[in-house]
Design a binder for this molecule. Structure first.
Ligand code: N0T
Length: 532
């Protein structure tokens, strides 16, 4: 391992984000890194004994990254007494298994609640006050308005980052931090603690208004609606400026963001790992308080951005099916996409391909990745493992063509079974292969989602990685003729070198009509096109 003076690290010696042309990437040990991840269930990483059974699982799923909680209650069981054993053992073990770690700091908030705060915090409600509901009832949510809570948590998070730096700066096993988890107010949209009420009566802070005014043309359309109610006012109390159903939420978002930013900033002072905050997505039509409100949701993301400059990006957790809808909202204004949690269902393999191809995401990670250790991999797990393997193989070309409109992704199912996209001179029509009707399951009611990444590597040369997708091409420049397949090879990358396994033709391309793959087979193909 390189010997690194941990006292004087330059930004380049710490995992960091970097912009390549249009897209961000995560750089680890000086090289672009793509997180082929999985997030652990909430209680697995509480002892190393409980972790034992799952390490081999990560290997068989072809993960290169695990998302693991660090629990404030276990890190600092008594105030000022830190127990680093678990964190340290996890890092060492991950390193041995050739895995990177994204630490999820379960600090003041985890799924809206403050369940992971240490007992000494929970029991001293005088010093660490709770949020209050409308009629003054106590919530199991620490109020974000307490300086004392902030100070105590900053101290814990600082210790954590300092320790990670000491034991890991030379290795870069830990590559990213997530302070808090799915912050939100439930069931009361606003904290009614007296400290909160006091702030609510005050003027909207000037830094927020200044940010909104300066970025007005770029703000989220749903947020603009909230601000528009009172005519885009740029001074006054929260109710005067916003005066809408979402006023409470905007107010809370600002103070949650400010608090979380101070946690993140303090951690970065110790060890400047990049940091993101995740969001539990809201159901359509639900009112603030009916969903975890005030987290970094698209309609209030601008407020978060204004108040948390030390958070590098914001990320959606998926337990609902509208994948494209939410991702489109998250990648606005230069926010890179990372999917830290996706319900581990049979859509994850296809969605990983789509996220990495279409959004050039920093990574993807199903939630509760270790489910049923000891059993052979089930269908969706095997699919994910195969997809991660092919993405790993094509990673050098993904890096090479990143941010240049040369990479695309498709996600198809029974409802949306066709999609068009353009690469270079070619317009592609991608179809779910069940549309063609020849596969055994094509007649079944359930269609497993299909997904693919397509990369343009030459004027007429492309790579395909995926499953269940067929492609037809049209030349946009030369519309007089038609496009034929000159050559298609099925193959794989070995030590970065392309190896042909089969030359595909005949039935395997429908006599030259389609690039095709099967729903049950994840493949990589290289193909060249010509006009006739
Ligand atoms: C997630 C996970 C974990 C059908 C839920 C999602 C994780 C947290 N919360 O298993 O608790 O730590 O970030 C909440 C959304 C559930 C909606 C279910 C709809």
């Amino acid at each position: 391992f390189p010997i690194v003076q941990v006292q004087n690290l330059t930004a380049q010696q710490i995992p960091h984000l970097q912009k390549v042309r249009d897209e961000h990437q995560l750089v680890v040990s000086g090289k672009p890194f793509l997180m082929l991840g999985g997030e652990l269930g909430n209680s697995t990483a509480t002892t190393m004994e409980s972790m034992e059974a799952v390490w081999p699982r990560f290997k068989s799923l072809n993960l290169n990254t695990i998302l693991v909680p660090v629990y404030w209650e276990l890190l600092e069981p008594q105030e000022g007494e830190f127990d680093y054993d678990l964190v340290e053992d996890l890092i060492i073990e991950a390193r041995e298994h050739n895995l990177k770690i994204v630490f999820l700091w379960f600090g003041a908030w985890k799924n809206s609640m403050s369940s992971h705060a240490p007992a000494w915090v929970k029991l001293d409600q005088e010093r660490f006050p709770r949020a209050k509901g409308e009629t003054g009832e106590s919530q199991e949510i620490l109020t974000p308005f307490s300086e004392k809570t902030l100070k105590a948590e900053i101290n814990a998070y600082r210790h954590l980052l300092r320790h990670i730096k000491d034991i890991d700066a030379g290795h870069q096993t830990v590559i990213l931090m997530q302070p808090e988890n799915e912050i939100g107010m439930l069931p009361s949209a606003r904290d009614h603690h007296s400290m909160a009420n006091q702030k609510f009566k005050e003027e909207v802070p000037a830094d927020l208004l200044q940010y909104l005014v300066e970025n007005k043309s770029d703000l989220n359309p749903e947020f603009l609606e909230i601000w528009k109610k009172n005519g885009f006012k740029n001074n006054g109390s929260w109710e005067e400026v916003f005066g809408d159903l979402h006023t409470d939420e905007v107010f809370m978002a600002y103070y949650f963001a400010r608090y979380t930013n101070q946690i993140s900033a303090a951690g970065k002072e110790e060890y400047a790992l990049p940091a993101f905050v995740n969001a539990a997505l809201n159901r359509p039509g639900a009112k603030p308080g009916e969903y975890p409100s005030a987290g970094p949701l698209p309609h209030i993301l601008d407020v978060w951005k204004a108040a948390s400059p030390d958070i590098d990006f914001y990320a959606p957790d998926f337990y609902n099916p509208r994948f494209k809808y939410w991702n489109d909202l998250y990648v606005r204004q230069d926010n890179p996409l990372f999917v830290p949690e996706h319900n581990f269902d049979n859509t994850v393999a296809a969605k990983a391909l789509y996220a990495i191809g279409h959004y050039e995401a920093l990574g993807f990670s199903p939630f509760s990745i270790e489910q049923i250790p000891g059993q052979p991999l089930n269908h969706k797990e095997k699919k994910l493992a195969e997809v991660y393997e092919v993405v790993h193989q094509i990673k050098p070309i993904l890096d090479k063509y990143r941010g240049q409109d040369k990479v695309e992704g498709v996600l198809l199912d029974k409802e949306v079974n066709e999609a068009k996209f353009v690469l270079g001179d070619y317009e592609f029509t991608a179809e779910h292969t069940f549309n063609l009707g020849w596969e055994p399951n094509a007649a079944s009611d359930e269609w497993e989602p299909a997904g693919a990444i397509i990369i343009q590597t030459g004027e007429n040369e492309f790579y395909f990685a995926g499953f269940g997708v067929s492609l037809k091409m049209k030349n946009l420049k030369d519309t007089s003729g038609r496009v034929g397949i000159l050559k298609t090879d099925l193959g794989y990358f070995e030590d970065g070198k392309w190896k042909v396994y089969q030359h595909l033709n005949g039935d395997q391309t429908h006599q030259g009509r389609h690039i095709r793959s099967f729903v049950d087979d994840v493949s990589i193909q290289r193909f060249t096109l010509y006009n006739y």
